[in-house]
Structures are given as C-alpha cells and as structure tokens.
Design a protein around this ligand. Structure first.
Ligand code: BTN
Length: 277
C-alpha cells in the first residue's frame, strides 16, 4: 500500500470511523469543532466506539499549545483531530491530553522502545527531542461540555533545516524516521494511534491511564524552569525540581527554598534542563 493520504488509503485505515480528509485546511481543530457542534450523533468514546477524525495533509493555520503555530510541509507528518465526548468533571479534562500523549508513545513503542518519552504535559520526545505534540480544546455550550477536540501532530520526515530555520522551535526537534533510521509508513502508524485512542477514550477516568502517562514522563526528577506567561505572578519564571504529578495532570515542582508548587499545564510552559548543564 502507498503511503499517500487519499480518501481511498485513509478509508482502509479508518475502518468505519466517521472522518473528513483535507489536502489543505486552516486547522483540523476548527473543522472538528464545527463538526462536533453540528452533529450530536457522532461517537465519543464509549466502549467499542470508533472516534470521528479530521485529518489533513497541510494546515495553513495549524496551532500548537499556548498560541504557537504548527506547520509542516505536505506528506511529512501526521496531523489530525479526534472528537471525544468524555464524561469527566472539568478538573479532569486533562485526561484527554494524557490520552493523546500516551497513544503516540504506545504506538511508537514497538519500534523505538524506551527512546520515546513524554515531556510534561504532553510533548512527544524521541531521545530528548520534540517529535510531536498534543493540543486538546474543550467545546462548551453554556455550562455543558459538548466535546473535546484532541489534536495530534507528529513529525515523520520533515526536513529538520526547514523546522529549525522556518519555524524556529524553542526546543530541539526531530522526526520519527530520523530517530528510527529508516522509513515508517504513516498509514500504519496512524492506524495504530487511532486504535489505541479508541481504547483510551473509553478509559479516560482510570488509574491505568494516569499511571501509563506518569511512567512515560521524562520530566520527573529533572530540574526544570517554569515560565508563567500569563502575568498573574510577579515572577516571569522560576526553577526547581519536578517532583511528581497528580491525577489531574498537575506537576509539583520543588523550589530551591523548599516550597512545593503545583503547576497546571494551562498556566505555564516548561523547560527541562538536561543533567549535563
Ligand atoms: C503542541 O505541541 O504545541 C501541540 C501541537 C498540536 C498540533 C496538531 S496538528 C493537528 C491539530 N490541528 C491543529 O491546528 N493543531 C493540532
């Protein structure tokens, strides 16, 4: 089978899932949001459900966490948004983001083994470099949660010069194929990711998901700098050691003066400081 995304090749991978495919779109997140709002009959993560997916070869307004842009040239990555309808209290919606990181890490495990880790809260790292990321956006209608759109972007074979020169990431970046040292079919990996996502979407509120996520975090035990960009605090950033996480996805950072701070992904960005520095 070819590795091109076409309606035909994707239909084989989607196995009956409701899906839309675009050669080019603004952001799959926006389309998925409108779709979820307009079609209340979409599946959402009950056992046996196959989640609805919006996938694109190219995005002109792709976005990452904290207002960053996310762009990759056609045929060089996997970019999609899945629609979930979790029965979770608002403080546990981070479970959806956890599931996003876990499914990518699990899907790469057979080939890359322990080289794949998650940087809190949900960057996908291979040998310490960022290969992908997860963005989840809740859709509220008044006080009611309509759905959560889970977006995943994974670099497969992007020219790293392009990424470093055009996109100027704040973190070292890599590709799945660069780290693997050979090609890997996007369609095969996508199929694996989606089937793991169907599984975890039906098990969001479980200790198992939390533990699987926690065990894959590279961040724990590391020295980190927490950047608070929202202006709530007089300090723009502070350093400490990432000590633990809780079931709501928050990170506990031990400051040098002994204080333990609980940080939420929505409030901060994080730099891991490699042990050698
Ligand atoms: C991050 O690391 O900041 C998250 C990146 C998420 C990118 C994906 S690509 C598919 C989906 N559509 C978007 O516009 N963003 C997400």
């Amino acid at each position: 089978m070819s590795d091109r995304f076409t309606l035909e090749t994707l239909r084989a991978v989607m196995r009956g899932r409701p899906f839309h495919f675009f050669q080019k779109i603004g952001s799959t997140q926006d389309f998925a949001r409108e779709w979820a709002l307009s079609d209340p009959t979409l599946p959402g993560g009950n056992p046996g459900d196959r989640l609805a997916v919006v996938i694109a070869e190219e995005q002109t307004a792709g976005r990452g966490r904290q207002g960053r842009t996310w762009h990759s040239p056609p045929e060089s990555s996997i970019m999609f948004s899945a629609i979930l309808k979790p029965s979770l209290p608002p403080e546990k919606l981070s479970r959806v983001t956890m599931a996003g990181g876990v499914v990518v890490a699990e899907s790469l495990f057979p080939t890359l083994r322990q080289a794949v880790k998650l940087k809190w809260p949900n960057d996908i790292l291979i040998r310490g470099k960022k290969a992908g990321g997860v963005l989840s956006e809740a859709i509220w209608v008044g006080d009611t949660l309509c759905a959560v759109v889970l977006g995943i972007g994974l670099n497969m074979r992007i020219d790293l010069n392009y990424l470093n020169n055009q996109v100027r990431p704040s973190y070292p970046v890599t590709n799945v194929e660069t780290e693997l040292g050979r090609t890997m079919k996007r369609l095969d990996l996508l199929q694996l990711i989606l089937s793991r996502l169907d599984h975890w979407a039906a098990h969001l509120d479980t200790v198992n998901l939390f533990e699987t996520w926690r065990q894959r975090l590279s961040t724990l035990g590391q020295r980190v700098t927490v950047h608070t960009d929202l202006g709530h605090s007089s300090e723009a950033s502070y350093g400490g050691v990432a000590e633990s996480v809780d079931e709501f996805g928050a990170l506990f950072v031990r400051l040098d003066d002994g204080e333990l701070r609980r940080v939420l992904a929505a409030d901060v960005s994080l730099t891991e400081i490699p042990e050698s520095t």
